[in-house]
Design a binder for this molecule. Structure first.
Ligand code: WQD
Length: 335
């Protein structure tokens, strides 16, 4: 069995990807520093799959610890999720974001270089496109200047990987996520936002659960049909499966070049108001919301052209928006 390292494997997308890796009969080892996840997620993964991956609580900013891990573990591939990911926080603490998101990436790539390891999957983001000039967004869309240090770490991260692949023959794929939402059908794993949720769906479910008083919709004066901003909301299980498809592409050496990147979304845009209405209809919950001013840094609309990912990865989304919203609600009810 191929042994895959999943960094950030106890996080939201990481844990769902670990489940799919185990289901696909990979051997999995997780590194997570628990800064944005809980150790209980490991037990939930075992409950879902019947398998308990090896787990190491390692801070990837410490080069010696990263080096020691690789001297003790032979790895056939890496899926790298571990990173700070709060856009607003990154504006307040840029150096924390550059140290963690870039530093840990460099240390992992140095180990791969020195030990001739291969097959690297990088968690990137549609944030790299900023407000794209054309919709839906294809992989040829230009990379725009980052609107936040967080987005910049994704852009810089891709550049570092591209240069490393060129210099050292590493094979890597960056997956540019659109908006991951929802939870596993078992409701045993899902999104665990720390503190006040920054993202829309956890705020919606916490409002419906009475944890939050009211959802604030950030602006209804955008140039969209109902005035609220449009995003491409993808079920986290569909997103997790895209990682398996990308990893298998590298392991089977089907990649065309040694650094590839793919947009991973549903290809469908939904506005904030459409999400609210779909949530209410799907869950029969009434949502208390109000319209407020725009949030700094938000783009009007972003949704993926999924042609390349569908064709090259042999992957496409299977779950509907309603299934994603319902799974998010079922998960919230269990908290
Ligand atoms: C979605 C829409 C908000 C909250 C960010 C990052 C991206 C990735 C996903 C990490 C927007 C509106 C939100 C609220 C609202 N992050 N909204 N009220 O900003 O598209 O993407 O999260 O990997 O890199 O950029 O996601 O969920 O924050 O916002 O009206 O309380 O919901 O204005 O239009 P976003 P989001």
């Amino acid at each position: 069995m191929k042994k895959i390292l999943v960094t950030g494997g106890l996080g939201f997308i990481g844990s769902h990807t670990v489940v799919e890796l185990l289901n696909a009969n990979f051997d999995v080892v997780i590194i997570d520093d628990l800064s944005n996840s809980k150790i209980e997620v490991l037990d939930s993964i075992q409950e879902i799959t019947g398998k308990k991956p090896d787990f190491f609580n390692i801070d990837l900013r410490v080069k010696e610890k990263v080096n020691h891990f690789f001297s003790e573990n032979h790895i056939d591939g890496i899926i790298h999720f571990a990173a700070f990911k709060a856009v607003g926080e990154s504006v307040q603490k840029p150096l924390d974001y550059y140290e963690n998101n870039i530093g840990s990436l460099v240390y992992l790539l140095q180990e791969m270089r020195d030990r001739k390891l291969d097959n690297f999957i990088f968690s990137s983001s549609c944030t790299v496109y900023g407000q794209a000039d054309e919709l839906p967004i294809t992989e040829n869309a230009p990379i725009k200047p980052a609107e936040s240090p967080y987005g910049n770490t994704k852009q810089i991260g891709e550049e570092i990987i591209k240069d490393t692949c060129k210099a050292n023959g590493l094979n890597a794929i960056a997956l540019r996520y659109f908006n991951p939402i929802g939870a596993h059908d078992t409701a045993k794993i899902g999104e665990l936002p720390l503190g006040v949720p920054q993202n829309l769906i956890p705020y919606v479910t916490q409002t419906a659960a009475g944890i939050r008083e009211q959802l604030s919709i950030f602006g209804d004066d955008y140039d969209t049909p109902d005035g609220t901003a449009i995003r491409d909301y993808i079920h986290v299980v569909d997103l997790a499966k895209a990682h398996i498809a990308a990893l298998q592409r590298l392991i089977e050496k089907k990649n065309d070049t040694n650094f590839e990147f793919f947009n991973v979304g549903t290809g469908k845009g939904s506005s904030v108001l459409e999400i609210v209405k779909a949530f209410e209809n799907t869950t029969q919950q009434n949502l208390n919301y109000k319209i407020v001013g725009r949030r700094e840094g938000d783009v009007t609309a972003a949704y993926a052209d999924t042609t390349i990912a569908n064709e090259q990865l042999g992957w496409k989304t299977e779950k509907t928006l309603e299934e994603a919203l319902l799974s998010a609600w079922k998960w919230q009810e269990k908290q």
